[in-house]
Each structure stands twice: as structure tokens, then as C-alpha cells.
Ligand binder design. Structure first.
Ligand code: HEC
Ligand code: HEC
Length: 277
């Protein structure tokens, strides 16, 4: 045991030393992307990649570990699949979920549906949860991200993953051809699930810089207009591999937007990004 600890401590030191060296010692080298990021169109993901994606959100953008940690501010989730099954049978449970998957979804978007004893807001007698709705406000997880987090929670608590990988609405090309153009940039961003990979203006995650917080698969676009021209932005959408943002892997940003976006929608998006300063 002590030997094992020594050996792993040593290799951690080596890894730490090496990444410190490569970050500060030889700045011109682009850091290797984390392993999950090879190709990230949801439709092309394996379940393992989807679960890893959920883990990344859990530990990053989702800010879950700010509260779900050993400090006791929120329940530990390492056995949540079993706990959820028990809570569903609890007489105090008043939510609408029937399955563990539904329970987890409800816990994320309607945290007050069930509050385990002792974890409620002070004075609420465990009727109100201090946990925010993770689909709203500062955290703002998209439905696909929530599904990935649920898959991760199931997997990491040793249970079977029942979540289906959601199809990107973008795959629905025929429907979008007939539909009227969308009216606001926010609608375009929502429809094409850009938020799965990017942070947009006004979406800073609590406790994280809008720069490139952990958990983001693509660069932050919150202030992209200050740095890039409209031409660059248009090209980023139509031909994402033409210029690869520093520190990111080519091939991740979908190349289908050129065919899918209506001209009006594209211009709306470019204007919106150009104004994000
Ligand atoms: C601000 C602190 C906070 C953050 C951030 C937070 N949680 Fe929670 N969470 C809590 C607290 C407190 C509870 C217990 C009360 C309740 O059930 O709502 C809880 C409950 C839960 C439950 C239900 C546990 C049970 O036993 O029923 C799940 C699942 C969960 N959180 C997952 C998450 C995930 C995933 C994230 C990130 C996307 C997250 N939480 C972010 C504080 C937080
Ligand atoms: C699956 C993840 C993913 C999705 C979905 C995605 N992007 Fe990207 N995007 C990336 C990655 C990774 C990069 C950086 C690599 C590159 O430049 O191609 C990037 C780069 C960009 C850039 C250039 C940023 C820079 O600093 O050079 C813009 C602008 C952009 N994306 C906008 C969008 C918009 C708008 C959408 C939705 C219509 C979208 N992206 C959807 C992953 C994604």
C-alpha cells in the first residue's frame, strides 16, 4: 500500500511538473485537447463519450461540485441511483417522477420537488431547496447537457444508464427547410444547441470567468465581438475548420450550419456575435 502511494504520488508529481512546464515553459505548443473531444456531434457519440461529456459538465460548467462535495452543504451523489429509488417510495415525496431517470431530471430542474431531510433552505422545514434550477439563470444547462449529466450520475453511482442520447435538432433538416426563419439570435442558438459547447454573452457561470471555464467544449463567445471581425465570425459558422481557435481541436464544431441556417438566421447570428463585447 505505502509503495503504491509512493509510486502514484511520484507519477502525479511528474505529470504536474510536466504540464506546468508545457504550460509556462514552451508557450507556442498548443495543449493537447482532453480525450473526449475528438468528435462531438451528439449523434455520433458513443454512450461512453456521452457519459464522459456529462462528467465534464458536472465538474465544470454545471458547478455541481461547488455544493456536492465533502463539505456537507449538499448530499453526496455517489449512490444517487439507489437513493433516488428509495426517495421515490418516501411518503414525503410529492413530485411527479416514476423512474430514477425522471427523479434525477426533476432534481435538476425542480429541486424543491423533494428535499432530503436536513438539506432545505434555513427556516423552510425542508420544503424549499437551496439548489438552483440548473436549466435556468446562471448555470443554464441545455436539455442535452442535462441528459448527459443524468447519464453520468447513473453511471458513477453504479447503476445502469437509461438515458437516450438526444438527437441534435439540427439533424432534422427537412423540418427546418419548411419552417419559417427563426426571429431572434437566441432562438437560433437554442435550436442549433450552440450552448452545448459555447458560453454566450450574459451567461457567465457563477464563480467562473466567462473566458473559458472548465467544462466548455468550445471557446467562450461572450466577448467574441471585441476580438473578431464579422467576416471571421461568418467564416467560423460556415467553414469552422478554416481557422481553428487556439487551444481547440479541429473537427468538433459541426460543419452543417452552412446548409442548415437560413441566410437571415446566419446574419442575425453574426450581428449578435459581433455585438458581444
Ligand atoms: C448551490 C448548491 C448546489 C448546486 C450548484 C447544485 N446542487 Fe444539487 N443539491 C443541492 C442541495 C442542497 C440538495 C439537497 C436538496 C434537494 O434535494 O434539492 C441537492 C440535491 C441534488 C440532487 C437530489 C439528491 C437527492 O438525494 O434527492 C441531485 C440529483 C443533484 N442535487 C444534482 C446536482 C447536479 C447534477 C448539479 C450540477 C448540474 C447540482 N446538483 C448543483 C445543492 C446544489
Ligand atoms: C459540438 C460542439 C460545438 C457546437 C455544437 C458549436 N460549436 Fe462553435 N466551436 C466549437 C469548437 C471546438 C470551436 C473551436 C475550434 C474551431 O475554431 O473550429 C468552435 C468555434 C466557434 C467560433 C469561432 C471562435 C473563435 O474564437 O475563433 C464561433 C464564432 C462559433 N464556434 C460559433 C458557434 C455557433 C453560433 C454555434 C451554433 C450555431 C456553434 N458554434 C456550435 C464547438 C462547437
Amino acid at each position: 500500500m505505502t509503495n503504491f502511494l509512493k509510486v502514484s504520488g511520484f507519477s502525479l508529481l511528474m505529470i504536474g511538473g510536466f504540464s506546468a512546464y508545457s504550460n509556462f515553459g514552451i508557450p507556442q505548443i498548443i495543449p493537447a485537447p482532453p480525450p473526449v473531444e475528438e468528435k462531438l456531434e451528439l449523434g455520433a457519440m458513443t454512450m461512453d463519450q456521452f457519459v464522459a461529456f456529462g462528467g465534464k459538465i458536472y465538474n465544470g460548467k454545471g458547478t455541481c461540485t461547488l455544493c456536492h462535495n465533502a463539505m456537507g452543504r449538499a448530499p453526496m451523489l455517489d449512490k444517487i441511483a439507489t437513493v433516488a429509488a428509495e426517495n421515490l417510495k418516501n411518503p414525503n415525496y410529492k413530485g411527479a417522477a416514476k423512474t430514477v431517470e425522471e427523479y434525477l431530471h426533476e432534481s435538476l430542474v425542480k429541486p424543491s420537488a423533494f428535499v432530503p431531510a436536513g438539506f432545505g433552505k434555513a427556516g423552510s422545514n425542508d420544503t424549499e431547496s437551496p439548489m438552483p434550477d440548473v436549466s435556468g439563470g446562471g448555470i443554464g444547462l441545455a436539455e442535452a447537457e442535462i441528459a448527459a449529466v443524468i447519464a453520468y450520475l447513473q453511471e458513477s453511482s453504479g447503476s445502469e444508464v437509461t438515458v437516450a442520447i438526444p438527437a441534435l435538432p439540427a439533424a432534422d433538416a427537412t423540418a427546418s427547410e419548411e419552417a419559417a426563419p427563426l426571429k431572434t439570435p437566441e432562438e437560433v442558438i437554442a435550436k442549433y444547441t450552440c450552448g452545448v459547447c459555447h458560453v454566450f454573452a450574459g451567461q457567465a457561470v457563477a464563480g467562473q470567468d466567462v473566458g473559458s471555464g472548465p467544462g466548455m467544449l468550445g471557446p467562450s463567445l461572450a466577448r467574441i465581438g471585441a476580438a473578431k471581425s464579422r467576416e471571421y465570425l461568418r467564416q467560423s459558422l460556415l467553414d469552422p475548420d478554416a481557422v481553428i481557435a487556439k487551444g481547440y481541436a479541429p473537427g468538433m464544431m459541426p460543419k452543417t450550419y452552412g446548409e442548415q441556417l437560413k441566410a437571415q438566421e446566419l446574419e442575425m447570428l453574426v450581428n449578435y456575435l459581433a455585438k458581444s463585447k
